[in-house]
Design a protein around this ligand. Structure first.
Ligand SMILES: CC(C)(COP(=O)(O)OP(=O)(O)OC[C@H]1O[C@@H](n2cnc3c(N)ncnc32)[C@H](O)[C@@H]1OP(=O)(O)O)[C@@H](O)C(=O)NCCC(=O)NCCS
Length: 176
């Protein structure tokens, strides 16, 4: 398996994850969004050169009032840097084999690297459905109480620890 940044060399046409909106976005919008600096997309490619999965990231900010209270505590009332994991999907034939976790690990590592250059405290996700909501909760993402399909947040340093990645910036290669 290898992770590549999306380019016009990859054949995305056969990607099927079971959620049409996520398939279509990859095929139709991902490259154009990347060209316009609206998102960055990373593709996991199998040894057979099949698209195994992908995720996309965008930098953003969140005001403390829009955070789950447990994450807002002690923060100033200004926009706090975050990285939005806009989309993440694994091709159907590769689901249930740990690749979703691998993509999340890669996304959190990228978010942490971005945060070393332009401070980001949180990684946020917009789950596409209840299954996705549960997937992210499984990894510790926190919702606003009572908001069962809205945006979920996780502190990047907590995500690094939970996923077994180093948290000391000196352990990371910033030129990656
Ligand atoms: C949700 C999705 C990304 C999971 O990927 P996957 O490769 O099947 O998941 P993995 O095999 O890596 O599972 C990793 C862990 O998450 C858990 N998990 C997987 N899907 C889950 C779900 N829907 N709810 C709760 N936990 C889930 C697994 O049990 C596993 O647990 P473990 O770490 O305790 O062993 C994948 O099923 C998918 O692409 N679905 C369609 C698109 C989608 O819903 N994307 C979500 C983001 S918008």
């Amino acid at each position: 398996m290898r992770l590549e940044r999306l380019s016009d060399t990859q054949n995305l046409s056969g990607f099927l994850c079971g959620v049409k909106a996520l398939d279509n976005w990859l095929r139709v919008h991902a490259l154009e969004n990347q060209r316009r600096d609206l998102s960055r997309t990373f593709i996991l490619i199998s040894d057979l050169d099949e698209i195994t999965g992908y995720f996309s990231l965008t930098m953003g900010g969140v005001c403390t009032a829009s955070l789950p209270p447990s994450l807002a505590r002690g923060l100033p009332a200004v926009d706090i840097g975050m990285v939005l994991l806009g989309r993440l999907a694994v091709a159907r034939k590769y689901q249930g084999q740990g690749f979703g976790r691998d993509l999340l690990v890669a996304a959190v590592a990228q978010a942490a690297r971005a945060g070393q250059h332009a401070a980001a405290r949180f990684i946020a996700v917009d789950p596409i459905d209840q299954e996705a909501f549960r997937f992210y909760q499984h990894f510790g993402f926190i919702a606003i109480p009572g908001d069962d399909d809205g945006r979920l947040f996780l502190r990047i340093d907590h995500a690094l620890t939970a996923l077994g990645l180093p948290t000391d910036p000196s352990h990371r290669n910033l030129s990656d």
